[in-house]
Structures are given as C-alpha cells and as structure tokens.
Write a protein that binds this ligand. Structure first.
Ligand code: MTE
Length: 351
C-alpha cells in the first residue's frame, strides 16, 4: 500500500467529517431524546428484478422525515466477536472521502439485502432479521487452490488485524453514503486461501437460509443464493476490504453480518453480504445481477459517471448524510478512487 495521501478536488478537511464519538453515541442520544415511534416511509427501489418490474433510483433517495427507534442498531448478533472493535482508523493509501460520515442509523435502516426484503418498505428490512443467526459461521474455500479448506469467521476476525477505513459507498440506484467500515484487506484472506496459478477470478456465494431469511420466499424468481465475482487483480487491490463491522462495532445483520465485501470503486451490488463460499476459477463466473439483466449490470460495474445505466443516469448521485438530508452531487470517476484502480481498466471510458 502506498503512503501517499491524495487530496483530490473534492477534498474536505477532516474537521468537516462527523466525529466518530458522535456516531458511536447516537443510540444513546436517540434514547435520551425518546424517539420511540416507527416511521415507515415507503421508499421502494432495487437493482431491478427478474420479472421485469423495477423502481426508480431517485425515489430510493427520497429523504425520510419520521423519527425511528434505535431498532436498526440493536441487530448486531449477541454472539458476534467483539475483540478488536473499535479498530484503529487507517487513512494512508487511499483518499479521504471528502464528505461527512453518514449517520449510523441511516446506514443501518436504509438497506439492500434482498434475502430479507418484504413487499412493503423495501429498504426498511432490519426488523425482518430477527430469526437470522449468523454465528457460528464458516466459509468454504475451493476451486483453483493448493488445498480446499474451511475457515471459521470468528477465528478470522481474531487472527486478522482489524482496521477501520472510511469509504465512499455508491449504489447503482444513485444514492450514496460515507461508511466507516471495520475489517481487513481481501488480499489477506486470499493469501490465506492459497490460490494456485490457474486462478484468474474469485467467486463469492452468499448464504441461503430460507427459514431465517424471509426475502428468499418472497422473491422466488431470483436465482438464489446471491453470487458475485471479481477478477483476481481487482480482489488483490489494496482498496478491497472484507468488512466485519461498521461504525466501530460488528456488522448489524441487515448490513451483512458476519462479513461482506466493501469495494468502494464499484456499485454496491458487487459487494456480496454474508458469503459462505469462495471459489477460485479459471473462467469468468456468472454474477447475480449481470445474469438477470446483462444490459443493465456489467460484470465489472465500476462507478463511472460517463457510463449511464439504461434507466438511471449515473452522472450524479444523492448523498445521504441522514434520513432527512440527501444532497445531489456529481458522481466521481471510480467513485473518487481512480488513482487507486484506474490502471486496472484501460478499456473503460474514463472521461
Ligand atoms: N448481498 C446479498 N447477499 N444480497 C443483496 O441483496 N445487495 C447488494 C449488496 N450486497 C445484496 C448484497 C446491493 S444492491 C447493495 S447497494 C449493497 O449490498 C447494500 O449494502 P447496505 O444495505 O449495507 O447499504
């Protein structure tokens, strides 16, 4: 990882970002304020579904106005390992986000996790995670590796030096957030898996637990379980993070407990949540949204303002600081990480 801290033109000083002590105490603040009623604004949206209906991006970014309880912050599994949280924040090797951190409650109540989606408010799915028990959790490693293996996630969390990274996060639905993730480089996980020289791609498959995930039955037309993949050079890039936590604590269930990928230069759907399989392959594997709607979701799916989505312009995005604030701002090439990843994509229009 290089030690250069880039100061792009959208840079804002750290003082403009939310003080971590504020978001860490937000739950307390909400309790103090007695915000106890649920406001279920119907926001809709999604990456687009297989039976042809889809809902627009901008409705997804519509701000909520009602106060909500701290339920979304109470969904961290009770048996999630706590050692290593909060982790030391790392700032070297990638640009600062240049905008404040999204309020924690917003990041944990405005979600895409189709395995938990209901027919109502598609984003507000945290309350459907009650039956989901992620720990204990193992990941199967297979394919082009020296030796297939099974990894225990609690062991991994203990073994890896957890770090915090504040990344910009961009959904193809044209909303964005700034998230302080806790985790470790994907590269470290891959090195542990010891892929052989045939490995050109790595494939991820999410968990499939119909008895714990109501969205699976609600959306039978999707080819469950969720699957994604990266080229090996992408997966080994310093930016690629395995996130096991956010906002200084383990991941809430709706954010992908016990682990997910955070790939800040790609649209959010390239980051599988709750994966149970890593498979190294010679050939490019199929990916969930690309298989469903190839004209709308490419394999690479890098954030690129010059490549419009057939239904949604990607030239700008709505930055969600909180439930009530959603400022429209220009989209940055590779979401602001062109310096780190641009060289990986010589064939991609880079404006
Ligand atoms: N992973 C799984 N297994 N299932 C999903 O539905 N949704 C993706 C991605 N990973 C998804 C997933 C999409 S479309 C986005 S935008 C992000 O998760 C949303 O992450 P968040 O809910 O933490 O904001």
């Amino acid at each position: 990882m290089s030690n250069v801290i880039l100061r792009p033109d959208w840079y804002l000083p750290d003082s403009a970002a939310t003080d971590p002590s504020l978001y860490l105490n937000r739950r307390q603040v909400l309790r103090t304020l007695g915000l106890g009623t649920i406001g279920l604004a119907t926001l809709g949206a999604g990456c687009g579904n297989a039976n042809g209906t889809s809902v627009g991006a901008d409705s997804a970014a519509a701000p909520r106005s009602s106060p909500r309880p701290d339920g979304p912050l109470d969904t961290i599994p009770a048996n999630a390992p706590r050692d290593g949280y909060p982790a030391m924040r790392v700032t070297e090797g990638f640009p600062e986000p240049g905008r404040p951190i999204t309020e924690r409650l917003t990041a944990s109540s405005y979600n895409n996790f189709y395995e938990f989606r209901n027919q109502g408010d598609l984003k507000d799915l945290w309350h459907l995670t009650a039956d989901y028990e992620p720990f204990p959790w193992t990941i199967e490693v297979r394919g082009e590796v020296e030796q297939p293996m099974t990894l225990d996630v609690a062991d991994l969390i203990t073994e890896m030096d957890l770090e915090e990274r504040v990344y910009r996060f961009r959904c193809v639905e044209a909303w964005s957030m700034t998230i302080p993730w806790t985790g470790f480089p994907l590269r470290k996980l891959i090195e542990k898996c010891a892929p052989n020289s045939n490995a050109r791609f790595v494939r991820f498959v999410s968990v499939n637990r119909p008895e714990q995930m109501p969205g699976l039955a609600n959306s039978p037309w999707y080819p469950w379980p969720y699957f994604e993949a990266l080229r090996m050079d992408e997966a080994m890039n310093d930016l690629a993070l395995v996130a096991t936590g956010m906002y200084g604590e383990p991941l809430p269930k709706q954010n992908g407990s016990p682990l997910r990928l955070a790939l800040p230069w790609k649209y959010g759907y390239k980051g599988p949540k709750a994966f149970v399989l890593l498979e190294f392959t010679r050939e490019q594997p199929p990916t969930f949204w690309n298989e469903l709607q190839p004209a709308e979701y490419s394999f690479l799916s890098n954030v690129n303002p010059t490549v419009p989505h057939p239904r949604w312009s990607q030239a700008s995005e709505r930055f969600l600081l909180s439930d009530t604030e959603g400022e429209r701002v220009p989209t940055l090439m590779f979401n602001g990480y062109a310096e780190q990843v641009g060289a990986l994509y010589p064939d991609e229009p880079q404006g």
